[in-house]
Design a protein around this ligand. Sequence first.
Ligand code: G4P
Length: 533
Amino acid sequence: MSDLLKEIKRRKTFAIISHPDAGKTTLTEKFLLYGGAIQTAGAVKSNKIKKSATSDFMEIERQRGISVATSVMTFEYKGISINLLDTPGHKDFAEDTYRTLTAVDSVILVIDCVKGVEEQTEKLMEVCRMRNTPVIVFINKMDRDGQDPFDLLDELEAKLFIKVHPLSWPINKGPFFKGVYNIFDKKLNLFRASSTKVEEEFIAIDGLDDPELDIQIGKDAFQLREDMELIDGVYGNFNEEKYKKGEIAPVFFGSGVNNFGVRELLDSFVRIAPTPRSRNTEDRPVNPEEKKFSGFVFKIHANIDPNHRNRIAFLRICSGIFERNKFYYHVRLDKNLRFSSPATFMASEKNIVEEAFPGDVIGLYDTGNFKIGDTLTEGEKMTFKGIPSFSPEIFREIINKDPMKTKQLEKGIMQLTEEGVAQLFTLSHGSTKIIGTVGDLQFDVIQYRLKNEYGASVDFRSLSFYKACWLTCDDQAVMNEFLRTKSNYLAYDKEKNPVFLASSEWILRLTQQDFPKISFHFSSEFKKDTVIV
Ligand code: G4P
């Protein structure tokens, strides 16, 4: 087997996603402990920005620093090279998370057993469904008195629109939580609260009728046998292929902070999670095994040192082998670029890499050549699909407070929007510039960074738009009619695509009724499933 094939087969690239506080950071840390990437608990700092920090700019800067360091965490487990991509938990940075999801091959979704499916969970899952990303669910905090496990499974199916399949099953809960029964391996995993140990106590039992079960868990054995009978009847055998297609989500139960159920989860992950998958370009699918290198930029991070205005572009490798100091073709700019210090980051340590393989994510130092979605190849003109902009939810007009700094302001806005901090729209009438984001916090970040990095002062004026919708229509005459009659509500995005700014859901529906031939899209990538119905 060639090096390339061997390396692809031993790589798994994934993200852990959750509603804030469900336990993503805790689980990440435990995985790194198992992978030997860190030695002690507490080494991974949370990159979540707490609500109270909204106007604490130093805190935002500090957090940005932390999230560069933990953007990609690579560790080895059982001979598998695992790339764990970090996603910001704060909802105001949700778009960053959505984009990171374009660079992974699967996800682990963490649910708090007390709270069940929460708002952010639903949104994240929607993005996974759009791309058929395989999902493993980890129901966390089983040491707490949470909801009934059957109810949780029903809730997952009802709210996340995905079929689930339990692969482990909790024995009692809260203060009476005894552990889990591993349905897959038919093993009993007994719960002992501990935040530091990395060994768990597994007891092999010979099926559910084994009297050892009664010795170990006493009268809970009766309930477990009943539950398992029900599970067998309802869920049958686990279909790994359906998991890989994103149709079935296996479910595990545990307690991250107590290090319980984590080894089981990680073992199953390395066994069933997909290796790097093929990815679509606008012209053709690209398979990881292809000899020629290709990759795309899904995230750009400004350097934390404001004196050096260089940035780091994060590139997901899709095919072939990336080599340091070799020239690669930047498709959008139509020019060749060479990278002398491609890096991987791990808990604030930065390492230069000589070569990287499909599934890997590397950081490229950038002085303004990249924007999100850019493709690098060995010469082929192609662009990877699937890195859309999502419709922002908050819109504000930019007010330039210092006309002497107009040029700096324009440059700053261009660069910040290229980094994906926010989206820029220009009204079709006049030259009013509108910033659209998914959260309030971005406006603080933009104002602060424009001042500190570009010397420009801005204010924002709130605009009461509900959604920005990208438009497509097969009938050009209808489109022209729309653009003419709706010109007061029309803007253009950075790529000059027309965008309808709807002031309310009601207006949007009325407009759709008036123009049935026009498709309104929530995301800049015009997929059928993003059309509003
Ligand atoms: P997040 O990244 O998804 O936002 O969650 P994080 O891991 O930071 O966990 C949120 C809180 O939940 C933390 O408590 C964490 O200790 C706790 N937690 C995580 N896993 C479990 C679990 O299995 N059982 C219980 N009971 N709690 C769990 P915190 O008080 O916010 O922070 P800390 O002071 O403990 O760090």
